[in-house]
Design a binder for this molecule. Structure first.
Ligand code: 2HA
Ligand code: ZN
Length: 272
């Protein structure tokens, strides 16, 4: 068996967590990441037929993901520490055949368990897989400007998306389907998971008002890049929010851009 800490999926996960921490998006134990790992990717590093180290109840029915492997950040763990100690801060789990348990195959070395937001993650994975068979990653984070914007901007999906599209020319190309928005809700429970997953059928990005954001993608780069682009646009918004506005990217210009690059965008999010 090869050294699992050197597996590309492991190194990329640790690098992503380190970047998110560096950018100030994930204070203390804020944020969580889960990524589908295929058996082909995992098998050079783990004996997949060996009995699991432990079984941890999931608390909801994940039977449609039975047998799927996920690399997941641990509950209470700090993104700051993932890169220097992946085996304590991450776990590789497999959803049991009956969909009720997580079988721990590697990690959570100190007896820990997966993120408290696993219901929202797994339900979001199910939703994204139903619309994109290549989907792999869910990232939850607390990016500073995105969060700040929640307090001073309306929380309407159309208005929030359109404002962000106006802040950087390329936003409409990066997230043409817009951003889903949930009102403030209690986190860590199945109901916010169900609400997030319902939005994830339509959007790859979902804001949890006054809390943070969920991003999804076929890769860590895609999910990270979506959140990074929203955060950049939110930063421009926050830097300019109290200043007189002299210029803007007009709706006709956003349409010209989207048409030129051939992206299918939410036309009803523009005022044309
Ligand atoms: O503690 O971000 O939403 C991790 C979180 C919960
Ligand atoms: Zn959070």
């Amino acid at each position: 068996m090869n050294e699992i800490l050197k597996a590309p999926f492991m190194e990329e996960m640790a690098e992503t967590a380190a970047n998110m921490y560096r950018l100030g998006w994930d204070e203390r134990n804020g944020g969580n990441i889960s990524m589908i790992v295929t058996e082909k990717e995992a098998s050079p590093y783990l004996e997949l037929s060996a009995p699991p180290l432990r079984k941890i109840p999931l608390g909801f029915d994940a039977s449609s993901l039975a047998g799927t492997l996920f690399l997941v950040t641990g509950t209470g763990k700090y993104f700051k520490n993932v890169k220097k100690d992946p085996e304590t801060n991450l776990g590789l789990i497999r959803v049991s055949t009956d969909g009720a348990q997580a079988e721990l195959l590697w990690g959570y070395k100190d007896g820990g368990r997966f993120t408290s937001e696993l219901p929202a993650h797994l339900m979001s994975h199910m939703a994204r897989l139903s619309v994109d068979p290549e989907h792999k990653v869910i990232i939850h984070s607390h990016p500073t400007n995105t969060l700040a914007m929640n307090f001073v901007h309306t929380l309407d999906e159309r208005e929030f998306t359109r404002t962000l599209w106006q802040m950087c020319t390329e936003c409409i190309l990066v997230f043409p389907e817009g951003i889903g928005m949930l009102p403030w809700m209690l986190c860590g429970c199945n109901s916010i998971g169900e609400a997030t997953a319902a939005k994830m059928k339509e959007f790859r990005l979902v804001v949890w008002a006054m809390h943070g954001i969920y991003g999804s993608g076929k890769s860590l780069d895609e999910a990270f890049g979506l959140i990074e682009t929203v955060e950049k646009a939110a930063q421009v918004y926050m830097l300019t929010a109290r200043l007189p506005r002299l210029n803007t990217i007009r709706d006709e210009e956003l349409k010209t851009l989207a048409d030129a690059f051939g992206v299918s965008y939410r036309k009803d999010f523009l005022g044309l």
